[in-house]
Design a protein around this ligand. Sequence first.
Ligand code: UT7
Length: 351
Amino acid sequence: MKTKIAGIGKYLPKRVVTNQELTTYMDTTNEWIIERTGIEERRYAEKHKETTTTMAAAAARIAIERAGITPEDIDFIIFATLSPDYYFPGCGVLLQRELGLTKTEIGALDIRNQCTGFVYGLSVADQFIKTGMYKNILLVGSEMHSMGLDFSDEGRAVTVIFGDGAGAVVLQPTTKENQGILNTVLHSDGTHAEELAMINPGSHGGYHLGTEKFGYPDPSIPGGVFVTQKMVDDNMLTPNMTGQLVFKNAVVKFPEVIKEGLAKAGLEKEAIDLLVPHQANLRISQFVQKVMGLPDEKVVNNIQKYGNTTAASIPIALCEAFEDGRINEGDLVCLAAFGSGFTWGSVLVRW
Ligand code: UT7
C-alpha cells in the first residue's frame, strides 16, 4: 500500500501587493527585490476577514471536492503553519471546526516545521496511510505572514520576501503499482535555530542558549514573562533572518536531500518529471535547478507572483502545476524544502 495525492487545492487572497507598493512603506526598490529574490508581487490576506485557518479551509474545500469525497469522509487533519491564528491551540482544530467536522471528532495534528512543514506533514501522513490507520487525510499548509512583518526599514530584508496563501491535499491509500509516494526524507540541524526565527513572544524569558546575539540574557525581563513592554517598544515582535547564511545552507541542502531521495528509490535525476521546490527565493531555485541539471520545463517557479508562503508554498506551486496541466498520471514529482530550524526534506511521488 502506498499513499496517493487524491485531490489538491489552493487559495490565494485577492489583494496583490506589488514591490512598488512596498516602496511606499520602507526603503526598498522594485529592482533590488527582483534582482535578489525574483519576486514581483505577493498576496496579503484581508484583515479582520481572513486568517490562516479560513484560507486553509478554502484550499481544503477544493482539494476535498477534487478527491471526490465530502468533508465528512476526512478521518485526520494535519496542519502546517508558522503563522497560526493563536499561539495555542493550533490551527488543526480550528480548521476542523471551520469545515464543520466537530461531530466526527477526528484527530488534528499541528506541524511546526516552517518552510519544511508540508514535506514533514506528507511524511507523517504517509506513515498513517501505509499502516492502514487512516484513509482520507487532509494536509494543509497555510500562512498569513502579513500580520507579523516589520514594515519599517529595519525589517525590509525579511518583509519583501513573504506572502500569504494556502494549499491543501487529500491523501488516500493506493495499490496501483505506478502510483503514490515512493519515499520521504527528513532532516534538521538546530545549530542555527535563531538565525531564521521569530523569538518573541516566547517562554524563553530572555534566558536561552543562542539568543545572546539578540541582546539576551536580559536581566530586565523577569523570568516567566511572555511579552514585555520592551519587546513592543524595541520592535522585537517580528521575525529575524540572517539571509546569506540561510541562502548558503539552502543551496547545499536542497540538492543533497533531492539526491538522497532519488538514491533511496534507486533512480537517477533524469527520472524526475517535475521538481517543485519550496519557493524560498527564485535565485535559490535556479541554483538548485542548475546543480541538478534540470531543464526549465521540469521546475516549478511561481514565487514571482506569490512571494515565499512558507508551509503553503509547495502545495500552492504543486496545485498550480496540476491546474496548468503540467502533471500527468505516472509522472515522477519531486518536492523539496529547506528553511527555519534549519529543517529540510524531500518527497518523491508518482502522480
Ligand atoms: O524559506 C526560507 C526563507 N528564507 C530564505 O530563503 C532567505 C535566503 N536568503 C535570501 O533570500 C537573501 O539573503 C535575501 C534576499 C534575504 C537578501 O539578499 P542578499 O543578497 O543576501 O542581501 P544582503 O542581506 O547581503 O544585503 C545586501 C544589501 C545590504 O545593504 P548594504 O549593507 O550592502 O548597504 C542590505 O541592507 O541590501 C540591503 N537590503 C535591501 N536593500 C533594498 C536588504 N534588504 C533590502 C531591501 N531593499 N528589501
